[in-house]
Design a binder for this molecule. Structure first.
Ligand SMILES: [Zn+2]
Length: 426
């Protein structure tokens, strides 16, 4: 009779699952029979072997999992750090704008108090008048601007306004002269030239862009115009004027620059004005600044052509219009919420070492640009200046006026602004 034996110990049963085939029984042993001592020892040896093997496999799997976990943690930390760095770089740079907004959206976090606001962007532009950075060969050299350059170097000229230019986002001047070594002087009353190195006057003092459309841009022929452009390029100074327009990207905002020479053709420049504004807008300009070289020398009130073209520029999409050529200050008009500064006067002017009128200004406007365009908040800052830091003669060092002088020049600008006829009355 076959008695039902207790099953082998669980250890043996488990070990049997590895120990295949099980058919190899010792001779004479029957199925279900308890294994002999030798057999049991063999099974125990084998089960120890398999237990160790299994422990090894489990250990290896554990180590692999820990390594994987470590690797992914390192990767995560590194990618977080690089994202933070991107945002930091963008903040510390001039390129604020929408980039931060996107980063924050992607990261799914609110802008931290230390991060610059993603939008709107605030952009301060300074504009100054005639910079005739050269001399006429018929002038007394010893008192000429060129002699001051030779004695004092390029940084002398804007020393007293440099901090203002450095703290804005864009400084625009009217470059009224040539940087050339050409000797082919045009046959005219005044012709201005300086060595191409004089372009450093701008680059050393944070003047980023200049208008070149004026009546002294080719005083030494076509070659002198080309030489001037090359000298400006050499110093990284952006130039625009005539058919050359520019779109600068500042703090992520595209700023369109248009320069129109009005003196010869007057209202016949209408089409060029429209075309150039349309061109920069097509190139993505969000803020459009139009510079005119126009008007009449010594005239304190703009003529009808200035008013017609200035207002038309705004009708066509300009956000700011500034002009020069009269050599004296004219008033400022706010038309449809935008400013027309009719004449900024001289600024750094090598054309006269004893001018009777040395009043000037830096016209500043801070624009706020968001996804809807330029805000109509009209934040302006007129800085009355003298073209010289000395009384009585021109030392070619424009300087902000102080005290009574500042008040006098400010009152002059206000008074001349009141003289500008309203649209429809000129
Ligand atoms: Zn001029």
């Amino acid at each position: 009779m076959t008695t039902q034996k207790k099953p082998a110990s669980s250890r043996n049963r488990r070990s049997q699952s590895y120990n295949r085939p099980t058919s190899k029984r010792p001779a004479g042993a029957r199925p279900g029979q308890r294994p002999s001592g030798a057999r049991r020892r063999s099974i125990q040896r084998k089960s120890r072997y398999y237990r160790r093997r299994r422990q090894k496999i489990l250990l290896l799997a554990g180590i692999s999992a820990v390594i994987l976990l470590l690797l992914s943690t390192v990767f995560l930390v590194r990618s977080c750090k690089s994202k933070q760095k991107e945002v930091k770089d963008v903040n510390s740079d001039k390129n604020v704008s929408m980039v931060i907004s996107d980063e924050n959206t992607i990261a799914g976090k609110a802008a931290s108090p230390t991060a610059a606001p993603p939008s709107p962007v605030s952009l301060t532009v300074s504009v100054v008048g005639d910079c005739t950075l050269g001399t006429d060969e018929n002038f007394d050299y010893s008192t000429s601007l060129n002699a001051y350059f030779e004695n004092n170097g390029p940084e002398y000229f804007f020393r007293n306004v440099k901090s203002i230019f450095e703290s804005d986002d864009l400084t625009i001047a009217n470059n009224e002269g040539t940087f050339t070594t050409s000797t082919q002087r045009e046959d005219k009353q005044f012709a201005f030239k300086a060595d191409p190195a004089f372009a450093k006057i701008y680059s050393s003092s944070s003047v980023e862009a200049v208008n070149t459309a004026n009546n002294h841009s080719s005083d030494y022929g076509e070659q002198s115009f080309t030489d001037t452009m090359n000298a400006l390029d050499q110093e990284g100074v952006v130039h625009f004027g005539y058919d050359e327009t520019q779109v600068m990207e500042i703090k992520g905002v595209k700023v369109g620059l248009v320069g129109i020479y009005e003196l010869r053709d007057h209202l016949e420049r209408t089409q060029q004005l429209k075309d150039n504004i349309a061109k920069v807008k097509k190139e993505g300009a969000q803020l459009v600044i139009v510079i005119f070289h126009w008007g009449n020398e010594k005239e304190t009130v703009p003529d009808s052509n200035q008013m017609t073209l200035g207002r038309l520029a705004i009708d066509e999409g300009a956000d700011l219009v500034c002009g020069h050529h009269p050599h004296v200050l004219q008033g400022i008009e706010t038309y449809k919420g935008k400013n027309i500064v009719y004449s900024l006067g001289n600024f750094c002017f090598g054309g006269n070492s004893y001018p009777s009128d040395m009043d000037s200004m830096i016209f500043q406007q801070t624009f706020t640009i968001d996804e809807n365009g330029v805000k109509e908040d009209n934040v302006t800052n007129v800085i009355p200046c003298s073209i010289s830091s000395d009384y009585g003669y021109n030392n070619y060092q424009p300087t902000p006026a102080t005290g009574d002088e500042k008040t006098r020049i400010q009152n002059k600008i206000d008074e001349r602004s009141s003289w500008i006829p309203a649209p429809g009355q000129n």
